[in-house]
Design a protein around this ligand. Sequence first.
Ligand SMILES: [Fe+2]
Length: 306
Amino acid sequence: MAISGVMRLGEVALRVLDMDAALHHYIDIVGLQKVTGDTGHVYLKCWDEHDHHSVILRSADSAGMDYCAFKCRADADLDRFAEGAKAFGLEVSELAAEERLASGRRIRFQVPTGHWVELYAHKEQNGNGLPLRNPDPFPDGLKGIAPGRLEHCFVYGPDSAAAARFFTDVLDFSVSERLELPDGSTKACFLACNTAMHDIGIVEHNEPGKFHHMSFWLDSPEEIYRAALLLGKNDVPIDEGPTQHGIGRAKTIYFWDPSGNRNEVFSGSYLSYPDRPALTWDAAQIGKAISYPQRRMAETFMTVLT
Ligand SMILES: [Fe+2]
């Protein structure tokens, strides 16, 4: 296996204000599958994920993200990254196996933007509903938009340059694209750990620990358009799109869950191997960067966070 170290975003733990409304949104409209849970915590997954779950909803008084977790290739990666994180100056704690549901041991730390990040190498697998021999292209009974997998998450916080440096220097991520302010500083940084265009994005912002969106992969631009119609059919408020980003060339829609957390469906971006040169967008081109054909974006897009 050529991929080593951090493989992918494996989990987003999200706070929701009304669990019943959240479950209607995420299961009936977005089309995630409920794995287990009760009124306090519900564990969901996308249909083509083999791991036990990828999205956790927690009932809370405020919306936002509790933490995001990345899956590593090998257990020894956790020790290597823990040492690196400590050397970088972060406090690192260890969670024993099963302290998180269906998970092997984890390391946990707070990156400079104030977000909690966890790394793990093992999670129980419960399959994607298809056999491993001669599988059909998709299982029966898919509902709603039905994305195949969790794609990336996007966060806002202070000292984003240090956070990006942590992801590149300690966790071996690559910068695929960045949005540059006139003074040369980075407003937004897109960071990839595998061949995705990005697995996490970080935006400079004065409040720590803020959540912009989590994104779900769809296989084609046609599925993005179908998702737009399903969002319309269910009166789900849309923040931006359907459109195409200049950044990443991805076809996209941003929409809101009932708690005000932003979701995205995403398709058609390029592969970003680590030797691909990083791209830079000038802040003056932010309209094209976010929504290329319209060359502008919703007022809420850069300002509403949870
Ligand atoms: Fe995104």
